[in-house]
Design a protein around this ligand. Sequence first.
Ligand SMILES: [Zn+2]
Length: 81
Amino acid sequence: MNRRIACCTNAECERCAEARGTPIEIAPLVVADIAARVVKGQQTYGRALTTHDGRDGLWDAYEEALDLALYLRKEIAERDA
Ligand SMILES: [Zn+2]
């Protein structure tokens, strides 16, 4: 990533605005990511995720949260290295 460094915490500072780059709305990115996950899930499992599929969604989500914590900590460790 080739980013300039912000110089202060003033929200009106033009130099800092340039360092932050062009604002991008996040929700459409997330919607597109969900759509891609749906397609990938159908390709991987041969069907859509539905209710009453025999899986424990709470455990699945909990295990994904554990993975998330690992990925977040990895990025923090690499950022601080
Ligand atoms: Zn500034």
